[in-house]
Design a protein around this ligand. Structure first.
Ligand code: PEP
Ligand code: MN
Length: 363
């Protein structure tokens, strides 16, 4: 399948003409008709682009609130009629797709758990064949870019033209400040491989709390994301799902007002010239780094040959530890983070090992 075949002009619903992010907001779950209408009215006055609400909820435990189901769909039709807002819900099965279409939901989204399961995505895609409706695809719960891209391709192969991706972070066993680790490198790589797919940030499910919502949203805007999905509730503390991360429509307005919007580029000549000069310097330095790495690898190969002759093991843990500790400390003094040095040196070390164990040395 050819990537990038969607041109921006076919993704009209998701694009904002005035260079501000595409705004999706609404409750984690539709709970009652009154709750849905109160939130929708609170958000409509703020000019959001899409009203979200969960109808069928993919909850971890069976005794948790599972969503109101089809009963809540007419509430969303009332939202459309009374506020003029477009609506979006998560669908996970063919039956849910049919129900959503019957009730004229404007946009569908595929949730993180479904994206992780190609059978589910295919079932949804098959149910969408021949239907003209925009679809948003959340990243899978596990940090697997190909699975995310595969889900987008399945939806696209079903003939859906307007597709967006939602970055909602990734599950991790490690203790983290985030409910779902953002692993920003993954959506950045998605953007590189599918530059025409609008990319939104679900700051609510990344954070899992209210305090970090603004900083995560700002981070996404700094990375030139196209929009935000944020859970909003009239009474967040008493929400039936995801209470900790929801905010009121007024708090949402404050969050959006405080965002510093960014442009992809500028027309200011001084800025562009300065950028050009600095980029030139960076390109030269990158080339020097490549040259140094090539020299370093040559030395690794040389040592590899000696180790081979002496029947000395390739991995020398004590030496590797010494390098890491020394370089992390030195890097720190130069303003380079420990994490960065660790990751960088680990990649270099892996390559050295690969060089020293290449088939030629295994006699
Ligand atoms: C949601 O948006 O409420 C939801 C369940 O999201 P996710 O699929 O990202 O967990
Ligand atoms: Mn939620």
């Amino acid at each position: 399948m050819i990537l990038n075949e969607i041109s921006p002009s076919t993704s009209t619903i998701f694009l904002k003409p005035d260079n501000r992010p595409f705004l999706i907001a609404g409750p984690c779950s539709a709970e009652t008709e009154e709750q849905v209408m109160a939130i929708a009215h609170g958000l409509a006055s703020q000019g959001i682009d899409l009203f979200r609400a969960g109808i069928w909820k993919p909850r971890t435990r069976p005794d948790a609130f599972q969503g109101m189901g089809s009963k809540a769909l007419p509430w969303l039709q009332r939202v459309q009629e009374e506020t003029g807002l477009r609506t979006t819900i998560e669908v996970a099965t063919a039956e849910q797709v049919d129900e959503a279409l019957k009730h004229e939901v404007d946009v569908l989204w595929i949730g993180a758990r479904s994206t992780a399961n190609p059978f589910s995505v295919q079932e949804i895609a098959d149910a969408l064949r021949g239907v003209d409706i925009p679809v948003m695809v959340k990243n899978p719960v596990n940090p697997d870019l190909d699975l995310w891209i595969g889900a987008i391709e399945r939806v696209r192969a079903a003939g859906i033209k307007q597709i967006a991706a939602i970055h909602r972070g990734f599950s991790t066993y490690a203790k983290s400040l985030f409910r779902n680790e953002p692993y920003w490198a993954i959506p950045i790589e998605l953007r590189r491989r599918m530059p025409d797919i609008p990319l939104f940030c679900d700051n609510s499910h990344i954070c899992g709390n209210r305090v970090d919502l603004l900083s995560v949203a700002q981070y996404a805007i700094d990375l030139n994301y196209d929009g935000l999905m944020t859970e909003t509730h009239i009474d967040p503390d008493h929400a039936w799902s995801d209470a900790m991360q929801q905010i009121t429509p007024d708090q949402y307005k404050d969050l959006i007002d405080r965002l510093v919007l960014k442009r992809e580029t500028s027309t200011d000549q001084d800025f562009l010239e300065h950028l050009d000069i600095v980029r030139h310097q960076i390109d030269e330095l990158d080339l020097s780094i490549l040259n140094l790495l090539a020299r370093r690898m040559k030395l690794s190969e040389e040592i590899g040959e000696h180790k081979q002759q002496e029947r000395v093991s390739v991995l020398q843990v004590r030496r590797w530890n010494e390098i890491l500790q020394k370089m992390e400390a030195q890097g720190k003094e130069m303003g380079l983070s420990e994490d960065f040095i660790h990751n960088f040196l680990s990649a270099v070390h892996q390559e050295s090992i690969a060089k020293q164990t290449k088939p030629g040395y295994r006699k």
